[in-house]
Design a protein around this ligand. Structure first.
Ligand SMILES: [Zn+2]
Length: 152
């Protein structure tokens, strides 16, 4: 059972992309993105990092969680290129990827600042923020390694 509050009639600019809602579990995460800080939850019981933010640890069901800033570094685990985005406000092609963060969590994001043809599995990436319309930022990833040369 959930109640749906009435929407206000306030005019807002049309968002370019889906802007994730904020919930009690994700409030701290989104607040930090206003300063372009990427927070991960950590379980104080089993010492694992958790993403996406939630109220209990998915590994041990413990509820003793704390926030720590992530280094924001990871690698592309796998990716797909969207040539025809379903959202007409987004220009294609763009890259949707699963990123393995150094802290041991896997998250879905986009690889930006990189031609989709040059994205590769195992590519080193770092956080790159995209501004949302309300001051928050969405975590994206951009290549950090030597991707300019042709040598592997
Ligand atoms: Zn745990």
């Amino acid at each position: 059972m959930s109640q749906t509050p009435a929407q206000s009639s306030e005019e807002k600019p049309k968002p370019r992309r889906f802007e994730p809602p904020v919930s009690p579990a994700t409030q701290a995460f989104w607040d930090a993105t206003r300063e372009q800080k990427f927070l991960l939850q950590w379980c104080t019981d089993c010492r694992k990092a958790i993403f996406f933010p939630r109220e209990v640890c998915p590994s041990c069901l413990g509820s003793s969680l704390e926030w720590k800033e992530s280094a924001g570094r990871g690698r592309v685990y796998t990716y797909t290129v969207e040539y025809r985005p379903q959202n007409p406000n987004l220009a294609g092609p763009y890259t949707v990827a699963l990123i393995d963060l150094e802290e041991g969590v896997r998250m879905m994001s986009n690889v930006v600042d990189c031609d989709p043809d040059r994205v590769s599995v195992g590519m080193d990436v770092g956080i790159a923020w995209e501004a949302l319309s309300d001051g928050r930022h969405l975590p994206m990833f951009a290549p950090t390694g030597s991707t300019t040369g042709g040598d592997q």
